[in-house]
Design a protein around this ligand. Structure first.
Ligand code: IPE
Ligand code: IPE
Ligand code: MG
Length: 249
């Protein structure tokens, strides 16, 4: 097979129409646990197993970019015990996946207010990003303390500063320039956004970047989300006609 053609072995996906960037709002861990009369933390633990499965699947079918919404700027308002548990799960995930990322050519990236994460988590994150920085396979992009509005504010401040210092002429500000000043500056916009657990909202995720993203909402709770459903959603995506405002013909 041509090395530029994605490998879709074991699926009936069209290798010519593999999305370059998939973004996922991984929702429903709490409800998954509640249904089983378990603590919400158990739902998050189970959810991190689903993350492993989906990362592996993206690598297998050679999706270049995967962005996972793991913790929002608003999630800091959850009870302290839940925030602490999520941070420690994140650290465990980074530590346990390090070897797999290295052996599978995965490059780890993070978007969001990384400076707000606890010191030990930040250290582990930076270490793993550094270790994997030369990998050129799947780019695994974790949204951590991420909020679309805060990202846009940050971009506006950066551009305003450059204007003030005379580096940018306000009339030369373009969409491309705005995109370059977002956390996702060196990535394509998502082609497909999936949200689990049936909620039909964006919850402050990638507000600028999803202007023309295809959206798929599934009722499945994140801990129950697996390869088969993911492939079926990709299949659905491949059957859509993306018009970008133009006519079908
Ligand atoms: C998603 O699951 C994980 C995070 C937001 C960190 P939730 O914890 O939001 O689960 P529900 O929505 O309460 O079921
Ligand atoms: C969105 O889920 C954030 C993440 C999945 C990390 P939430 O559960 O926080 O969103 P809302 O509160 O239902 O909008
Ligand atoms: Mg939720």
């Amino acid at each position: 097979m041509n090395s530029n053609t994605p490998s879709v072995v074991g699926t009936d996906l069209n290798p010519e129409k593999i999305p370059a960037h998939v973004a996922i709002i991984m929702d429903g861990n709490g409800r998954w646990a509640k249904k089983r009369l378990l603590n919400r933390i158990k739902g998050h633990e189970k959810g991190s197993e689903a993350v492993r499965t989906i990362v592996r699947t993206c690598r297998e079918i050679e999706i270049p970019f995967l962005t996972l919404y793991a913790f929002s700027t608003e999630n800091w308002q959850r009870p302290k015990s839940e925030v602490t548990a999520l941070m420690s799960l994140l650290k465990n995930f980074l530590e346990s996946e390090k070897t797999e990322m290295l052996s599978n050519n995965i490059r780890l990236n993070a978007i969001g207010q990384i400076e707000r994460l606890p010191e030990d988590v930040r250290q582990t994150l930076h270490k793993t990003m550094d270790l994997t920085k030369n990998n050129d396979g799947l780019r695994l992009n974790l949204a951590l303390s991420y909020g679309g509005r805060s990202e846009i504010l940050r971009m506006v401040k950066q551009i305003a500063k450059k204007v003030k210092e005379g580096h940018i002429d306000p009339d030369s500000i373009t969409s491309e320039l705005v995109s370059e000043h977002l956390y996702t500056g060196d990535m394509p916009d998502p082609d497909l956004l999936i949200r689990t657990s049936g909620e039909v909202r964006i919850s402050n995720f990638l507000l600028w970047q999803i202007a023309y993203t295809e959206i798929y909402i599934t009722d499945t709770l994140w801990p129950d989300f697996g390869k088969d459903e993911f492939v079926q959603i990709l299949k659905d995506y491949q059957g859509r006609e993306r018009r970008f405002g133009r006519t079908g013909s």
